[in-house]
Design a protein around this ligand. Structure first.
Ligand SMILES: Cc1cc2nc3c(=O)[nH]c(=O)nc-3n(C[C@H](O)[C@H](O)[C@H](O)COP(=O)(O)OP(=O)(O)OC[C@H]3O[C@@H](n4cnc5c(N)ncnc54)[C@H](O)[C@@H]3O)c2cc1C
Length: 370
């Protein structure tokens, strides 16, 4: 009885998942209506999705990725997502200051290796046009320009394409601060609550039942479960894909500062103080279409070989490694929609939830109250 009256008491809105989307959805709901009873159910003992396991790129678009997406014939969708990414990064500041999430405006860079001369030529030829496009779309000038790769210790003769408006942050601090803000706003967060099923309750409400036997009653549910959405929302177009991340030992005199993308962002690297974080390469192997965490020797070796060939001129060891699961689908746009009178889906954020998560959270909150 005591637990039922406090921890598991009825809520107006229950959010499944305490990642960036779940937390910002909850904060928006409370900002829209402070009297609302908002509860987040998280299956992990801490948030255990991509929000705490990502690379911390506060980025909105490398040239080759944008050009590829545009070329695929989804121009309107690409521009809409680009706008969401840029605005999402600004909107996140409403909840977390740059200082609190250790944001550093070091810029984003795209690396081109010698075998990518043709790709580099087409990107650099379109740079002025893309700068014009972003000026019209986002009101920002001279987004892209060329930089000398050797200034960062990168061994390629081709210049880097620099995006001056990008930066990097500490994902753990970002989520911790969102949790602190949620607690201050009176949002109830329950951990270890793996929602296993949802049933109608007397027609007007729904009950979420968890694997541990506990349940919570509510009127509205927001599914902020991203790559894990298939379990409860099996009909949506969400494909989980694992991404592995490795962090090197300290590197004396490291010149690489900022966020770097290679191969349309399939490989990404950044400095974390005087270490390098490198991740990705999921397109080069067949093992990553899974929903389970884990690292593999194959991916580790691809990333290590890339580092040693282009970035560091000696052998480096990794001191930390982990993986996270991203959500992909046939479209790069996130799913934000009402499913029925009680449920909203806010998921499939691809590899860009740091950027768009706060907007997805806000839009989901608006839907829950509409
Ligand atoms: C390795 C990696 C690197 C990335 N790098 C970047 C980057 O640099 N920049 C960028 O913009 N994006 C990046 N991303 C993507 C970004 O991290 C995600 O898009 C974003 O964090 C998604 O946030 P979310 O809140 O939607 O989902 P998540 O953070 O995945 O949260 C979903 C939550 O739901 C919980 N959950 C799931 N099912 C249930 C259930 N049944 N019951 C209860 N709880 C449940 C999970 O435990 C999880 O905490 C990266 C992702 C990965 C994996």
């Amino acid at each position: 009885m005591w637990e039922q009256e406090v921890f598991y008491q009825e809520a107006d809105v229950v959010i499944i998942g305490a990642g960036i989307v779940g937390l910002t959805a909850a904060l928006n709901l409370k900002a829209m209506d402070p009297a609302l009873r908002v509860c987040i159910l998280e299956k992990g003992h801490i948030p255990t999705g991509a929000s705490t396991r990502n690379a911390g790129f506060a980025c909105f678009g490398s040239m080759s990725e944008l050009m590829q997406d545009m070329g695929d014939g989804h121009r309107a969708e690409v521009l809409e997502t680009l706008q969401m990414r840029y605005n999402g990064l600004l909107e996140m500041r409403r909840w977390v200051s740059p200082v609190k999430c250790q944001y550093e405006p070091l810029g984003g860079y795209e690396i081109f290796t010698s075998d990518q001369q043709a790709l580099f030529s087409s990107c650099s030829a379109e740079m002025a046009d893309y700068n014009g496009l972003l000026k019209d779309l986002l009101g920002i000038s001279d987004t892209y320009s060329l930089r000398d790769a050797s200034a960062f210790g990168i061994r390629t003769e081709l210049p880097l394409i620099y995006n001056q408006y990008e930066g990097q942050l500490h994902p753990g601090r970002l989520v911790t601060e969102l949790i602190a803000k949620a607690s201050q706003a009176g949002i109830r967060i329950l951990y270890g609550m793996h929602v296993a099923s949802i049933q109608e309750d007397a027609g007007t409400k729904v009950r979420l039942s968890c694997e541990n036997g506990a349940s919570v009653l509510c009127s509205q549910i927001i599914h902020a479960t991203n790559a894990f959405s298939n379990q409860l929302l099996g009909t949506e177009d969400v494909t989980p894909v694992r991404n592995q991340v490795y962090v090197t030992e300290k590197i004396e005199g490291l010149k690489l500062k900022g966020c770097f993308h290679y191969d349309q962002g399939y490989i990404y690297l950044r400095n974390v103080n005087d270490r390098i974080l490198i991740g990705g390469a999921r397109n080069q192997v067949t093992t990553e279409g899974v929903e389970t965490f884990g690292t593999t020797e194959e991916v580790k070796q691809i990333l290590q070989a890339f580092l040693e060939k282009y970035i560091i001129d000696h052998k480096v060891d990794f001191e930390a490694e982990w993986s996270g699961i991203i959500a992909t689908g046939t479209s790069k746009k996130p799913i934000i929609k009402r499913i029925d009178q009680h449920q909203i889906a806010a998921c499939r954020l691809g590899g860009m939830g740091v950027a768009i998560g706060s907007i997805v959270g806000r839009e989901a909150a608006s839907l829950a109250l509409s």
